[in-house]
Design a protein around this ligand. Structure first.
Ligand code: ZN
Length: 141
């Protein structure tokens, strides 16, 4: 289980908060429907697949062609953050060999790539699609 899953499950995130939608990979509009068709981040054949629309509120997840191009910038920032944290940890542990430092940066960056991909798309969608709650029709049923 990934660190982000453990954080999302054990934190007291309010459902209305943007962090809830981002960290649980939920629909940015209703925070109920899943963004991705498969919940396992490491199902390498399927981790890229997203629903076209929210299964709960029918919000489209792809409002225009190329909508997720901008998520690459977020993915880059997350990758740099992972690399910097990994480098600081390995340097704090006293390792100075360049090969060790490069390995310590590459391994977590590569292993966390599927989560980084999903997190970046989730952040990007939450920037441009605002939370409106669950439609009333869905609440009563
Ligand atoms: Zn929704």
């Amino acid at each position: 289980m990934a660190v982000i899953d453990i954080f999302a499950q054990n934190s007291d995130l309010k459902k209305e908060s943007i962090a809830y939608g981002i960290l649980k990979f939920k629909c940015p509009r209703c925070h109920e429907g899943d963004l991705f068709t498969h919940s396992n981040h490491y199902d390498l054949g399927n981790f890229l697949k997203m629903h076209k629309n929210c299964p709960v509120c029918n919000q489209t997840y792809n409002p225009e062609p190329g909508f997720y191009f901008g998520a690459a910038y977020i993915s880059y920032a997350v990758s740099v953050a992972i690399a910097v944290i990994a480098a600081l940890i390995i340097l704090a542990l006293g390792y100075r060999a360049p090969g060790t430092i490069i390995g310590a940066i590459l391994i977590p960056t590569v292993l966390l790539a599927p989560i980084n991909f999903r997190l970046s798309r989730s952040i990007w969608a939450n920037i441009f699609i605002k939370y409106k709650g669950v439609p009333k029709k869905e609440v009563q049923s």
